[in-house]
Design a protein around this ligand. Structure first.
Ligand SMILES: [Fe+2]
Length: 353
């Protein structure tokens, strides 16, 4: 069902666009009519109104809403398909041939490429969203976790050396799964206790293999060991608590769960970005470091300009603008006018329609 967004509303000039129709004359400070009601706005008119310092105008307009099935395709991808394919290839080689040290320079080079591509996006306006999952799950997952961890790390302002460790640690976090059979990893039904116990060994198995590689930074091995640990001590393999978990491992933990939730598996469909974000926020403090969740929230933007949303005040609307200070709290256009969620803490998006 489409939200009711067609209305006569007062719009700040900065939100006005060419598709709008004026419903009231625009009058300057001297009382002269600049543009009459009924005019369809054009770019030249908007430029002229800005010169006259007009702040708001009254229009009748239906914001252009993106059809739901176009939402994903119009979202900028975090990295190019070519870079992702390249990373998957390098990972496949290093996982299958057991030669991490040999492939380390190539992985670093790939991370350089990722950082370069990410810098093409407005830093805090990166849409942390689903990148294509067409390749084999394990390698695709490892690449995505590395990229997501880098994005969260950038949002936290980490230094470049930490970003490298995050990227490499993210990509190698599940290395220990090479010691577990596909029959268990890809099982459709629920796992037996024994099978689950076997899966859990991948954390320490990965640590042991990576630790044996003298050329691999020991923190990378630690990320493989600790990415399933939780601040409340209910994780594995050791049940370590917050301060005992390496700060970078706490970032990989969020990236790992976010990617697992938003990826389609043989036994369940992918979960929507908005829903995955809600689940991660519910587990803040218990399963995840709240500081990491706060950074994740800034980059995991579940809505895009034009998304139709439902608010907790009963109104529906369309996203007009993403706030760079907090992209998860955009400006929403409703039948009562524009609501900037950044300045309205009581108003929340409860659903993306
Ligand atoms: Fe894992």
């Amino acid at each position: 069902m489409s939200p009711e967004v067609t209305a006569i509303i007062e719009v700040p000039l900065k939100y006005a666009n060419e598709s709008m129709i004026l419903v009231r004359d625009i009058i300057n400070v001297n009382g002269s009519v600049l543009v009459t009601a009924g005019t369809v706005l054009r770019q030249e008119i908007l430029v002229s109104l800005r010169k006259h310092n007009i702040e708001t105008i009254w229009v009748n307009d239906t914001p252009k809403l993106k059809p739901l099935n176009q939402e994903i395709t119009e979202v900028p991808h975090l990295i190019s398909t070519a870079t992702r394919q390249k990373m998957i290839k390098i990972l496949q080689n290093s996982f299958q041939r057991g030669s991490i040290a040999v492939y380390l320079p190539y992985l670093r080079e790939a991370i350089d490429e990722v950082i370069r591509e990410l810098s093409l996006h407005d830093h805090l306006l990166i849409y942390l969203t689903d990148i294509r999952k067409k390749s084999d799950y394990l390698y695709g997952h490892c690449v995505d976790v590395g990229v997501y961890a880098i994005v969260i790390g950038l949002a936290m302002g980490l230094v470049k050396e930490d970003i490298y460790v995050l990227g490499l640690g993210g990509m190698l976090h599940d290395y220990g799964k090479t010691t577990i059979s596909d029959a268990i990893l890809e099982k459709r039904g629920s796992l037996t206790l024994d099978e689950f116990a076997k899966i859990k060994t991948h954390a320490s198995a990965g640590y042991n293999i990576l630790r044996a590689e003298t050329k691999v930074d020991s923190r990378i091995a630690l990320l493989a060991l600790q990415h399933h640990e939780r601040p409340d001590g209910r994780g594995y393999p050791w049940g370590s608590k917050m301060e005992e978990i390496h700060p970078l491992a706490r970032i990989v933990a969020v990236a790992d769960v976010y990617d697992a939730l938003t990826t389609e598996r043989v036994y369940r469909p992918a979960i929507a970005v908005y829903e995955a974000k809600r689940i991660i926020n519910e587990c803040s403090s218990t399963q995840f470091d709240p500081k990491v969740v706060a950074a994740f929230n800034k980059v995991a933007v579940p809505v895009y300009i034009g998304s139709s949303v439902k608010l907790n005040n009963g109104l529906a609307g369309a996203v007009l603008r993403i706030n760079s200070a907090d992209p998860s709290r955009p400006v929403v256009w409703t039948r009562n006018g524009a609501i900037n969620l950044l300045n309205n803490n009581d108003v929340d998006i409860i659903a993306v329609i």
